[in-house]
Design a protein. Sequence first.
Length: 346
Amino acid sequence: MSQTSSLRRLLAALVVGLCAVFALTACGGSQSSSSDSSASASASNETWPKTVKDDNDQEVKLESKPEKIVSTSVTLTGSLLAIDAPVIASGGTSANTSISDSQGFFTQWGDKATEKNVKSLYTGDPSAEKILAENPDLIVVSKSGADSAMDIYDQLKETGVPVYVMDYSDKDWEEVSQQLGELTGKQQKADELVKSFGERVNEVKDNIKEPEQPVTGMVYNAGSFKDDSGANIWTSESAQGKLLEKLGFKLADIPEDAVDKNSQMGQRSDIKPITGENLSKAATGKTVFLFASDDDGKDAYLKDSLVANTEAVKNKAVYALGQDSFRLDYYSANNVLDKLETQLKK
């Protein structure tokens, strides 16, 4: 073999090798780009100081990544814990109830709060003095709901501590978690939770028999019709309604003339308050899901004369989704999926 021929073969081999390298690089280009994009998003999320607009239409400036967060909302505390945000203290609800532990924290994440040494500041009415005594670098406030601290918003804000207001009434827990993730630099963790939950939703959809459609989701006030309190029915803007829709269920329409317009909650978009006398007119779903309810609540609903003629009661298509489903977060939403998977199993 001539020297020239050998040289040509060597050059050809080099060209083939280089092409292979370039091909691999090209094939991995999308993955590399995706990784770079994720890293860039993560880096952007970790850029401080940052200014964000809250649900009170106010710009909130954070000089550095929060390390001592106080949540005035027991509803939002669960989402902060789920994304591993550094929440050090929280307001609570009434202690030792069907939905709360001895600290006034919701049962679905109370053990997590204990593990993280989250301090219970108060139960019921918020205390600006107790909140500020924790020397927080961020205060999270709910704009709506029984755990709202908007009454002391001005008092908190005038101290110079960043105060972030969130309205959870028109969001599902995933949106809440991602919004809090962006705020606290925990966006990646929030995205991971949302992704894993989406996979779990699809798994449950495959494992259950679809109930009769459409459906009604509500909080039923068993045994309290003497004061005409009736029930609160979830709309498609509520976290509960959105979860039912994610499962492929269609929410039944709620007749406007059945809604209690005199109720304070009648102004909210996530629920429709219904008096006892109008409950049969409002609970039009062929299937009824009782949130914030156990089997005792289900039995009471099935025996209630005011809804005896509804299709769901006649067919006994009524399901209790647990006391902890009153407020949905990562923990309670997964519990709801578990209950639906068990009760509607194919």
